[in-house]
Structures are given as C-alpha cells and as structure tokens.
Ligand binder design. Structure first.
Ligand SMILES: Cc1cc2nc3c(=O)[nH]c(=O)nc-3n(C[C@H](O)[C@H](O)[C@H](O)COP(=O)(O)O)c2cc1C
Length: 184
C-alpha cells in the first residue's frame, strides 16, 4: 500500500515529526511505500478560498500524495488543546477526494501527559473529510517525548514501552487500511 504521512509542525526537531518518522520506518519495514510530507521542510502558503497559491509546488505535491494514498497518518503537536495551525492550514487544501474511505491514524505530541484534546479534534476533521478513523491513536506526552529521539534502533535492541505502543497502533492502522481498501 501507499501510505501518506503529514507532519503538523514547522518546528526544527519537532517531536511530532520524530514520532511520524518512527511510524514511517515501521510502515516501510512492513513492506509498504511511505510518502512523507514534512511541513517544516515543505511549508505551505496560507490557504485562500480564492485559489491564491493553489498551484504552489508543495501544495501540488501534498495533494498528489494524498490522492495516491491508500492510508493516511496525521501527526500534530498539541497547541492550546487543539491541532497546530500549520496542520489545519494543510488540511484546508485537502478534501473528501483525498480522504474518502481511507484509514487515518491520528498522532499527537503534547507537553502534558496526554494530548487527547487535539486527537479528538483531529478525528472530527477526519470524519468531516469522510476518512475512516483508526480505532487506536497515538499520544506521546511529557517526558515520553525524549524517548522518540532514540528512534527505532534502541527499541529493537531492548524495547521501550512507548515505542511498543506506537508499534501496536501502527499494525492495527495498517490492518484497517488493507481492509477498507479491499472493500472499495
Ligand atoms: C502555542 C503552543 C501551545 C501549546 N499548548 C499546549 C496544550 O494545550 N497542551 C499541552 O499539553 N501542551 C501544549 N504545548 C506544548 C506542546 O504540545 C509540546 O511542546 C509538544 O511536544 C510540541 O510538539 P513538537 O515537539 O512536535 O513541536 C503548547 C506549545 C505551544 C508552542
């Protein structure tokens, strides 16, 4: 399958982007193709309903990846109990054509222990785009965020509970993506 990952931070070394990279590695290890759109590396102009900048190269690239995707992963930092502005801006360039009937895994990095507020809001956006919310989500918060910098290598050499959870959510998301794709 083709899996698109959209990272919702424009901060250098963002932990939500580290989380997305780990999930991308796991998905690749399972034999799937990952298309990663990093909003730090490829920032988007402000969305305008008048169509200004809709031909911007990064906008076109994002839209094409999302159209091609069989499943989608969204990662956000928790900002004021919600998703980041740059992620919402990116999602405004997308519509039901990009999401309809596709499995979507929502993930969050928060300063507090859990970021369920942003995850609930992200799942509401996915529902409005007619995507299929994965039953599991990933929330990494507080000191757990430090473990993400170690990536997968250390996990494979001994295990970290947080990466174990990320692994289980990823497997469950891939199973859902394969299942809804088969029913198209
Ligand atoms: C503008 C702003 C708002 C934030 N609001 C919250 C919040 O409501 N709840 C929370 O737990 N953390 C909040 N934080 C902390 C971030 O969620 C936390 O630092 C997160 O790990 C950032 O993700 P990143 O490493 O991907 O940038 C906020 C940070 C910023 C910059």
């Amino acid at each position: 399958m083709n899996i698109a990952i959209l990272t919702g931070s424009n901060r250098h070394a963002a932990t939500s982007t580290q989380l997305a990279a780990i999930v991308g590695q796991l998905i690749t290890q399972k034999g799937h193709t990952v298309m990663l759109h990093d909003l730090f590396e490829h920032p988007l102009p402000f969305y305008s309903p008048d169509g200004i900048d809709h031909d911007h190269a990064a906008v076109q690239q994002l839209q094409q990846s999302m159209l091609k995707a069989d499943g989608i992963v969204l990662a956000t930092p928790e900002y004021h109990g919600s998703v980041s502005g740059v992620l919402k801006n990116a999602l405004d360039y997308l519509g039901q054509d990009h999401f309809r009937g596709k499995a979507v895994l929502s993930m969050c990095s928060s300063g507090g222990a859990v970021g369920t507020s942003s995850l609930l809001q992200l799942q509401a956006i996915v529902r409005n785009l007619h995507g299929v919310n994965a039953p599991e989500w990933v929330s990494v918060g507080g000191a757990q965020r430090n473990e993400l910098a170690h990536g997968l290598t250390e996990y494979e050499n001994g295990g970290q509970p947080i990466i174990d959870r990320i692994h289980r959510a990823t497997i469950s998301f891939l199973a859902l993506a394969a299942s809804v794709r088969a029913n198209e």
